[in-house]
Write a protein that binds this ligand. Structure first.
Ligand SMILES: Cc1cc2nc3c(=O)[nH]c(=O)nc-3n(C[C@H](O)[C@H](O)[C@H](O)COP(=O)(O)OP(=O)(O)OC[C@H]3O[C@@H](n4cnc5c(N)ncnc54)[C@H](O)[C@@H]3O)c2cc1C
Length: 442
């Protein structure tokens, strides 16, 4: 069942031309469209389904800098500053609160990894600190488990996925962008090697720049045009409880389960690291660079051969500008929640928080996390294709960083000085032999 999401009106007619066409109405595309429009560009955003229909409404709502890869930390720090301003700038409450996050564990190896991360992060001014088991107990009243220790990031926060992206989309419209839902981009137009427009199911839009912000589908569209983009999707399961006692006002991560307080008084519960890998021909073709990550994650992965083999973002489909594309066949990718994982989450939650045991499951859903082999997104130009830009591959971290990722993409498109160093996010690392290593995913 899809999680709820605030609906956003569409603009009735496609413009024949825009400075920039943004493909994808998740938090990346919408934030980029907003930033572009308020800096004077004409922008059309096309979304095959509805604004925030996929990952951007299905996530846990954590806005964290804690445990970010060093290459991504400056982006997460910028995002956290932007989140502070969004309510005032948009005139609406996106649910952002700096309520703090606590990671608790009973594993020495995890504590050692967090300690090592903190050593690096202090150089960036992070105020997180390692905490003992007794301190974790103080920070998490009502938690019945005994923990060896943890890490506390007091100024990280949370926001509401049901609201944030739609509110940013409305802000983009107010700034002059047009938004077109149920309008898939079938192809990108090229002339003399540069991107010159987008062919949508409702017609063509000529433009100077195209931003592919298609989440899990970005790789499929890029590959259709011969642009390499290594991306794999992991299906994960989350659920929402009804309202309950406020055992935490922020987020708590335990080894197998996470919870985050929502504005409506319920909790969004995630199953950390658990997921299903859908087997596909594309997955087999690009398996090698993902191998190191798969090796660290495999204990919590299941495998499935299902419909996505034929119609998902990793399927091998062909299409043309004049016929329906795979993007129209799956308007909103709505994977089912894994019932075994929901049961496990319910029992882990009750074991950790007896006071939440009776809350039940108000709604459960699946979501496809789009991952790159090195665990950080691509944000920026496709170097050898003028006019073509990408903002995708956020690997389970992109809700919190979304406002900064969109800003960075807009700056790079408009030729402005980037707010953070864009080099770690360059597309060319997918093609120039860079060691993509592999790392932990959220
Ligand atoms: C279960 C789960 C938990 C998560 N928890 C967190 C968290 O707590 N914190 C965090 O920071 N991140 C989290 N994430 C990750 C975060 O949700 C994503 O990284 C982020 O939402 C990605 O945003 P996006 O805009 O890149 O992609 P999406 O939100 O997936 O949006 C892409 C959009 O593009 C559209 N599209 C694709 N192709 C086309 C086309 N050809 N034409 C038109 N439209 C197209 C799609 O329909 C989609 O709406 C989580 C993800 C999941 C699934």
């Amino acid at each position: 069942m899809s999680p709820p999401v605030k609906s956003v009106p569409s603009d009735p007619a496609l413009p024949p031309r825009a400075d920039v066409v943004v493909i994808g109405g998740g938090i990346s595309g919408v934030s980029a469209a907003w930033n572009l429009a308020r800096h004077g560009a004409s922008v059309a955003l096309v979304e095959k389904g509805v604004i925030a229909g996929e990952q951007s409404s299905r996530n846990w709502g954590w806005c964290r800098r804690q445990n970010r890869d060093e290459r991504e930390l400056p982006l997460a720090i910028l995002a956290s500053q932007i989140w502070d301003t969004l309510a005032e700038e948009t005139g609406a409450d996106l649910g952002f609160r700096r309520t703090g996050l606590v990671y608790a564990t009973d594993k020495e190896t995890e504590l050692a990894a967090w300690e090592c991360w903190l050593g690096m992060a202090r150089g960036y001014g992070m105020d997180s600190r390692m905490v003992t088991g007794a301190e974790v107990a103080d920070l998490l009243p009502g938690n019945a488990r005994t923990w060896k220790g943890g890490v506390h990031s007091p100024t990280d926060g949370r926001a509401e996925p049901a609201l944030a992206t739609p509110i940013l989309a409305e802000a983009a419209r107010k700034a002059g962008a047009t938004i077109h839902q149920n309008c898939a981009a079938r192809e990108i137009d090229f002339a003399a090697g540069r991107a010159t427009g987008v062919v949508t199911e409702a017609g063509r839009i000529a433009c100077d720049a195209v931003l592919v912000a298609g989440g899990a589908w970005a790789g499929m569209l890029l590959r259709h045009h011969g642009v390499k983009f290594l991306q794999a999707s992991i299906q994960s399961t989350s659920f929402a409880t009804g309202p309950g006692p406020e055992v935490t006002s922020g987020g708590v991560s335990m080894p197998d389960v996470t919870l985050r307080r929502r504005m409506d008084g319920g909790f969004t519960v995630g199953l950390s690291g658990f997921g299903t890998l859908h087997l596909s021909p594309r997955g087999a073709l690009q398996a090698r660079p993902f191998f190191p990550t798969w090796r660290t994650r495999r204990a919590k992965l299941r495998y499935r051969l299902g419909r996505s083999f034929f119609n998902g973002p990793d399927s091998l489909q062909r299409w043309g500008a004049e016929s329906p594309s795979p993007f129209e066949r799956v308007r909103v990718m709505d994977p089912v929640a894994d019932p075994a994982l929901v049961r496990r989450g319910v029992s882990e939650l009750a074991a950790a928080y007896p006071a939440l045991a009776g809350l039940g499951v108000a709604r459960a859903w699946g979501g496809m996390v789009d991952c790159t082999p090195d665990g950080i997104p691509v944000i920026g130009p496709v170097e050898n294709v003028p006019g073509l830009f990408v903002c995708a591959g956020h690997t389970g971290h992109g809700f919190g960083t979304g406002p900064a990722a969109g800003r960075l993409a807009a700056e790079l498109i408009q030729g402005d000085k980037p707010s953070v160093d864009p080099r770690p996010f360059r597309h060319s690392r997918m093609t120039d032999g860079t060691d993509l290593g592999g790392m932990d995913l959220f």
